[in-house]
Every structure is written in structure tokens, then in C-alpha cells.
Design a protein around this ligand. Sequence first.
Ligand code: BGC
Length: 444
Amino acid sequence: MILTKDAFGEDFIWGVSTAAYQIEGAHNSHGKGPSIWDVFVEKKNKIFQNHTGDIACDFYNHYIHDLELMHSLNILNYRFSISWSRILPDGTGKVNQLGIDFYNRLIDLSLELEITPWITLYHWDLPHALEKKGGWRNRDIKEWFGDYVTICVKHFGNRVKNWIVLNEPTVFTAAGYFFGIHAPGKKGLGNFLSAVHHASLAQAHGARIIKSIQNDSVVGTTFSCSHIEPFTNRDKDIVAAKKADALFNRLFIEPLLGLGYPTDDVKILNRIEKYMQQNDENELKFNMDFIGIQNYTREIIRHATFVPFLRAKIVSAEKRKVEMTAMKWEVYPESIYHILKKFNAYSNIPPLIITENGAAFPDRLENNQVDDPKRVQYLQDILKQVFRAKQEGVNVNGYFVWTFLDNFEWAEGYHPRFGLVYVDFQNQQRIVKSSGHWYADFLK
Ligand code: BGC
């Protein structure tokens, strides 16, 4: 069966996603302050071949051409993020008008081209000035974030309706504050748990602020999620898989829905109490208009006696010798079906939108063309699974490809290419891959 766009219904939202630090470049232009990523990439051996996002896709200077290209590919919804330190170079206080001007131009041109903007307010690039005060470990971040959100909604809300509060809080708290492999490079349980709780608070607080300023806004937040399976049917592996599921998939959605942190399955989460104040549990709740699902793969989990706190570990795709992407993630499209079913099963869940999904493959530029049949196949297989879930009654209303342009893939630098459009980072040339042409045809 060939699946068409029409099968998903007229109201289904189709788009692409990007993030400021991964594409904009212009890292210190026109009054922008440094973010934690600008600082982190300067440290030796944190990023693949010490790449930086200083220039990236230079989207800041190429956005006109890029939006026109998007339009030519029939893409009608564009999810991008705002760089907090471009708007507020010190994180709080004085607004950088040139930063506001840039996003105004971006929004205006999108609308002119009939592309609907979806703004992510936080996609990991915290102003460095705020990290110096503790960043996500400092409870004051709830107010700092609230002030920044207020400024964005007041400036852009007359033209932008769709807002995403946070991008994947589990990833930025775990990678940035527990493992130290992402900015700001902090490690340890205390850093992680405080960051988790404050991100949870900021998530609901930010959403409340958007609604209070713009009551017809459409507000959501996004979660990274992977279908989890135990390595064997042994009890120990089953318990390990449950813990991983609680941490990877349930940590942020459940407090948001009023269910509290998943402490039953991960006892160590009880230590979050140390950071909680009276009434926090209520404050973590918010009725979002949608939940953004971001899925790339599944994880297989086994018991591991020597892993502290969790006693669980991932059995890598490489070890299992299964088909993998350039990120060494298993190609497993059914994961998205299981995740949609899982989230849809929460009793008071709002509609789901897939705000990110895609794959990195080793693309090659030959005769000014990039042929990427594996990505086309991956996207088609994913859409079949989304359709399967939808047919079974899952309330899923949209799908955004990660990502439009090849870009700076965090700790992996420019090595993995996720784009529908190939970027030659030597000369900033854009070449639409066959997957980009396929998506354009699909959307026609
Ligand atoms: C993030 C993106 C990232 C993508 C692929 C998601 O975790 O939101 O910024 O590039 O996955 O790794």
C-alpha cells in the first residue's frame, strides 16, 4: 500500500523542525550574548573534532533563501527555536532589539510564504550569564525563564500562535547535568535532580504565562521518548527496563499530568523532594494543548549490577548487530507506534504531535546531487507506523521531520547529517536530497 498525505486527514499538520544553535551561526553578531553551548564548544575534546556552532548553516544570514527553499518544497509548518541570549544577552534585563528584529523578519517572511511558525522557546542554549548563577540548578530559573517567555510572547504573539515550551527536558538535564557530555558539562545526581525539578517547574510556569498573555495560543512541550524492551525475559532485565522507561519516557510527562514523579519505579527520584517546596506538586501540572513526541529509535535494557543508582544499562544497537543510522541508533520504525500508544493511554492526555523524527545516514554529494534512499525508506516506514496508531484511535495530529538542513549535531559536531537538505559547510551551498524531493511530492 502506498500511503498518501490524504490518508491522515485534512487537519493533520506536516512540517519540519530546526533549533537555533544548530543552524543560526552568527554566534556573537548584533549584540547576541554567549550561551552555554558557545562556551562548551570552546573546551577541548568535548565535541567531535572540536567542531563549533559559531557559523553552523549561517541561517542568520541565509534565512531568506532557506525559507524560500522550504516553500518550494511545499512545507507549510516550520518549527524553530529562539536563542534566549540573542533576545536577552545577559539572560535577564536588557533586551537586544537586533535579536528581536531577526525573529520578526523570520516570522514575517514565513507568513508571507504561507508557512506557519511554531516557536520552541528553549532548545538547550541557556544564556551563559545564567549558568554562572547555577543555570537549571538554581530555582530562580523559573522566574528568569518566565520573564524571557513574556518578552517573546509580547513581541511575537500577534503573529505566532503555536508555542513549544521546552525541547526534551530529559535530554538536556541528563546530558548536561548528569553525564556532562552536553553543555554546561556538569555531572552528578544532585546537579541532575535539581535541574529536573526546576525544568519541570519552568515548563508549567512558561505555559501558564503564554496562556495568560495570549488566550487563543496553542501551547505544548516536547519529550524525547523511546520504546523500551528488556534484553531477556529474566526478572532482573524486566525490572531494569521498567526503570529505564520511567527515566527516559515518564520523568517529565507524569508530573505535568498531575501524577507526580515516577518514584515507584526509580526510588532515587525520591531525592527530588529536597528541591521541592510546598505546593510545587500542583505547580508542575498544566493542561497543555498538545504534547510533542520526539522519537528516533528503541532501546533494549538489561540489568547491570555495577551501574550506580539504576542497576540498568542499554544494550547498544552495535552489540546487537542490527541495522543502524549514523548515530548508531537502531533503525526500528515500530518504536514510534508503541510510543504513540503508550502516551495516548494516559487518561487526561491532550492530542499528540510528532514534533521530531528523522534519521542520519552517511550522505554523499555526487554530481551536485545527494541520493539518500535509506532516509526515504525510513520516513515512509515511520509514517506507516504513525498511520497504524492513528487508525487504532491514537489522537495524533501532526508530524515534523527532524530536520530541514544538515546541521551541528551537538556533541557529534557536523558528522551526522539529518537534513532533507544537504549543506556544504565549506561554501554554505544547499542541495535538496532525494528525501527532500520525496517529502515535497508527498506534501503536494
Ligand atoms: C534534539 C535535536 C537533535 C536530534 C537528533 C533531538 O534529541 O531535539 O536537537 O539534533 O534529537 O539527535
